[in-house]
Design a protein around this ligand. Structure first.
Ligand code: DAO
Length: 279
């Protein structure tokens, strides 16, 4: 039988008219049953989510957002998932655990700010996967334990990284090639080979036809079952099934040599707080 992790497939390709695609919407296949969010945090009220988020990060969202200080980019304190227009009570949520920014140095002197990012987590999923092992460990201590991040990455906790483009000259081909290089190195460490079909599928989603601008959001969501969903400007671009790819992707933000060390520890501490509170 074909193992989904060995033979990753792009399962979905949604074709937003705004993004100038002309592939038929019938290419969108239903997700397999095990992609349903287990232990999903179903929404009771927006106030309740904000309360959980505030406890977790000790940052008070102002007008429902938290601002990344270096870029001034605002991140909503939570993301809701479910049918568009459906009841709020039928949606699941992820809460913001930390924010950071990505700088690159050009020709060794000039530093440019490429994007800001925020990492969101599904609180009940995190507790279900790692509560038994880490509840009670002080968050300020937990954030420095490499084993904690290894567990987060190997357990496949439901998380989303949202990038918000800051650099005005950014093109999709630059994003694709930067991800390809960064992910190859991480796959080599995780899987022993630097290239695979999933990475190829993932990079092929980032077509040059997709136009991005300052302020465009790019979401990468790790879904149960080892699925990496990409959305650009709120439009689903595709899903690639591969545990190794999901792990390599999130390793960029909470693994070894992360994009921003301060953001990684902020996120780790927030996760620690979530594991020690019960709501
Ligand atoms: O942060 O390493 C990473 C992941 C991907 C970065 C995507 C954007 C990089 C663009 C570089 C442009 C340089 C002018």
């Amino acid at each position: 039988m074909r193992d989904r992790n060995t033979f990753p497939t792009i399962l979905a390709a949604l074709l937003p008219p705004l993004l100038n695609y002309d592939r038929p919407a019938s290419l969108l296949l239903p997700a397999p049953a095990d992609v349903e969010v287990e232990n999903a945090c179903m929404v009771k009220s927006a106030e309740e989510i904000v309360r959980v988020q505030t406890k977790m990060t000790e940052k008070l969202p102002k007008d429902g957002v938290i601002v990344e200080p270096k870029t001034g980019v605002s991140f909503p304190s939570y993301l809701l998932f479910g049918e568009p227009g459906g009841n709020v009570g039928d949606k699941s949520c992820q809460v913001l655990a930390g924010v950071g920014s990505r700088e690159k140095t050009l020709i060794r002197v000039k530093s440019i700010m490429i994007y800001a990012f925020g990492l969101y987590v599904e609180p009940n999923h995190l507790r279900a996967k790692l509560g038994d092992k880490y509840a009670g460990v002080p968050p300020e201590e937990l954030k420095y334990r490499p084993e904690f991040y290894d567990d987060l990455l190997s357990q496949g906790v439901g998380m989303t990284v949202r990038l918000v483009v800051h650099y005005k000259g950014l093109k999709m081909r630059m994003v694709r090639s930067a991800f390809e290089n960064s992910l190859k190195m991480r796959l080599k460490r995780i899987k022993g080979v630097e290239d695979d079909e999933a990475l190829h599928d993932f990079c092929s989603l980032m077509s040059e036809d997709l136009k991005i601008f300052q302020g465009t959001t790019i979401d990468f969501r790790w879904q149960p079952g080892g699925a990496l969903l990409t959305e650009i400007g709120g439009h689903k671009i595709g899903t690639v099934f591969s545990h190794h790819l999901c792990r390599a992707f999130f390793d960029l933000y909470i693994g070894e040599k992360p994009v921003s060390e301060s953001a990684k520890y902020e996120i780790g501490e927030s996760f620690g707080r979530l594991l020690t509170t019960n709501d």
